[in-house]
Design a protein around this ligand. Structure first.
Ligand SMILES: Cc1ncc(C[n+]2csc(CCOP(=O)(O)OP(=O)(O)O)c2C)c(N)n1
Ligand SMILES: [Mg+2]
Length: 605
């Protein structure tokens, strides 16, 4: 939040300094205005707990002195010094037995305040045009497949909500694999696949025929699988991400595996990131959150989760009476992740800058998701009356804005600059994984057929008027005569859009996703090398466990493949006679060995 009382410029130099635990690169002071015990000021200037419970201020003058002191330290000594003092005070309070109210969440505003955003390096206008074309073809693919055969499904609204999240990453962050397989690995949200196909079509990697045959990959001339799966499209998809929840949990293990390869000196993965695009409803799958503490424990700073919080699942709201963004923030912060919230677009910046008393933030905090969804489908007058209208000062704050403007106040996940800032912070974060929690609108751009409606997830039919409205909203050069057919559109090869698209991917090392069919060959051991092993056991009864473990111990010593064999044992190695392996190959720890094991004398002998 941009608080006019705080001169951030004085502390700019500290922007990228790591925190005391050396683990985060989030801009310093992102929460400075809220940092005293997660308090903000309410209408009467009274401090208020972040979750909206008013604290009783028995001595406002004394409170003001403390707050003034804090501002003085921030202005004169910088964020680091302020954070240090606050931590010291908190520790002393605990030592003296004071119970400080705990809050796992921060206020319902962007983690990165407007005045800490890096400049946007791309051409916003060309990127918007490319994104619009990708939106169109993704929608047309689903509409046309369903016209061909009513039993063919597909989703329009999901990618419609995540287009900016994907496109900013594709234009500026996600690295192609290059010749040395050192690209990023991306777990795409399964049912947003039309958007990924649509981009690959512009990139010239898929044909019109492929798009026509969406969800019919075995059709003559080729087609596209419903969801990402390397078995169905071996040269395209790298990872299967459906059913929901599989992408997130696999991405955590992938990131951990990449660290393993690095730590063991098998492959340089130091520049590779693992990205995972997730739906907010998907976070209710046990697999999605099931391994997040492992990701923090293993310090997987090569991992980025992007959670598209369009506030809706298949049937309706994800948390109608609560706030999924806040809930996820608490869960991920508690697990030790770097959390970056992207809630409000730039249109809100001037309003937040005027919000001296914290009235707007208070209102943002108290409105629940079901109501935020309602604002999407209602006219601007409703937002004026029901969101801002609860307080005369808030009403006054937006008096200069028309109803139309109020209706268009953008959410963070649709604002490329806010999304860019969040990704840039994720790239700079060291020692922990990052989750970007972005607020969007489901069915963005579909208007009355689907935007924010509960039925939008299953929407696959657009009539002529609806197609025309979509075309006009996104400025796709398709004539009125043609539009009913929902034709695919690709700009001329030498157009600005196509050149930009190609240049960006070239600069980032190539197209994503791609899955080459060749891989380095391993020199496998010959059967003859194991003749003794086979012959010796002939006629002798050996348990399966003993057989497997003996074989594994032997393979681990093989000079060609040994280093690629990694027994993964959660527990019970002893039960199965594998404990000699502790000594033979050691136990992996990304952090290194930090203690002296009780049996070290036996293991080191
Ligand atoms: C385990 C599992 N259960 C159910 C489904 C069916 N399904 C597909 S998408 C979806 C809703 C997804 O909501 P969300 O994760 O919020 O994604 P959004 O489309 O809103 O981006 C459901 C229930 C599935 N694919 N996997
Ligand atoms: Mg959703």
């Amino acid at each position: 939040m941009a608080n006019p009382d705080i001169d951030h410029s004085a502390t700019e130099a500290a922007d990228n300094v790591l925190s005391g635990d050396g683990s985060t690169s989030l801009p310093r002071g992102a929460h400075a205005p809220m940092s005293i015990g997660q308090m903000s000021a309410n209408a009467s200037g009274q401090p208020e707990l972040a979750d909206g419970v008013a604290a009783v201020d028995t001595d406002p003058t004394e409170t003001r002195e403390w707050l003034d002191s804090l501002r003085y330290v921030i202005n004169s000594r910088g964020d680091d010094r302020a954070a240090y003092l606050l931590q010291a005070i908190e520790q002393e309070a605990y030592r003296l037995g004071v119970q400080i109210p705990f809050s796992a969440t921060t206020p319902y505003i962007n983690t990165i305040p407007a005045d800490r955003q890096p400049p946007y390096p791309g051409n916003r206008e060309i990127e918007r045009r490319i994104k619009s074309i990708i939106r169109w073809n993704a929608m047309a693919m689903v509409v046309r497949a369903n016209r061909e055969d009513k039993s063919i499904g597909g989703h329009i609204s999901t990618f419609a909500s995540s287009a900016t999240l994907v496109e900013v990453a594709m234009n500026h962050f996600i690295r192609g694999r290059g010749d040395d397989y050192s690209g990023d690995q991306v777990y795409f949200q399964g049912h947003a696949s039309p958007g990924i196909y649509s981009r690959a079509f512009l990139e010239g990697r898929l044909t019109e025929k492929h798009l026509e045959n969406f969800r019919r990959e075995l059709a003559p001339g080729g087609g596209l699988s419903s969801y990402p799966h390397p078995w169905l499209m071996p040269e395209f998809w790298e990872f299967p991400t459906v059913s929901m929840g599989l992408g997130p949990i696999m991405s955590i293990y992938q990131a951990r595996f990449n660290k393993y390869l690095q730590d063991r000196g098998i492959k340089d993965t130091s520049k590779q990131h693992v990205w995972c695009f997730i739906g907010d409803g998907e976070t209710d799958e046990p697999e999605t959150l099931g391994a997040i503490s492992l990701a923090a424990r293993e310090k997987l700073d090569n991992l980025v989760f992007v959670i598209n919080c369009n506030l809706q699942r298949l049937d309706g709201p994800v948390r109608g009476n609560g706030k999924i963004i806040q809930e996820l923030e608490g869960v991920f912060r508690g697990a030790g992740w770097n959390v970056v919230k992207v809630i409000w677009g730039e249109d809100w910046d001037p309003l937040l800058a005027k919000d001296d008393k914290g009235l707007l933030v208070k209102r943002m905090n108290e409105v629940v998701d079901g109501q935020y969804q309602k604002y999407v489908v209602m006219p601007g007058g409703y937002i004026r009356e029901h969101f801002f209208g609860v307080d005369p000062e808030l009403t006054e704050m937006i008096a200069h804005l028309s109803d139309e403007k109020l209706k268009k106040l953008k959410r963070g996940g649709h604002d490329p600059e806010k999304v860019y800032a969040a990704y840039a912070a994720a790239m700079q974060c060291h020692g922990k994984p990052t989750v970007i929690i972005a607020k969007t609108i489901k069915g963005y751009g579909l208007g009355e057929v689907g935007e924010g409606r509960n039925v939008t997830h299953q929407q696959k039919k657009l009539n002529e008027d609806e197609l025309r409205a979509f075309r006009s909203r996104f400025g796709i050069p398709i004539s009125d005569d043609e539009v009913a057919k929902a034709p695919f559109y690709r700009p001329a090869e030498d157009s600005e859009e196509m050149r930009y698209l190609r240049e960006r991917r070239q600069a980032l090392g190539g197209y994503v996703p791609t899955r080459p069919q060749t891989s380095p060959q391993l020199q496998t051991p010959k059967l003859a090398d194991y003749a003794g092993f086979i012959e010796k056991s002939a006629g002798r009864e050996v348990s399966t466990t003993t057989g497997v473990v003996t074989l594994m111990a032997s393979l681990l010593k093989d000079k060609h493949v040994g280093k690629y064999i990694v027994p993964i044992v959660p527990d019970e190695s002893r039960t199965f006679g594998m404990d000699p392996l502790f000594k033979q190959c050691g136990i992996y720890a990304h952090t290194g060995q930090l203690y002296e094991p009780v049996d070290s004398d036996q293991l080191l002998s």
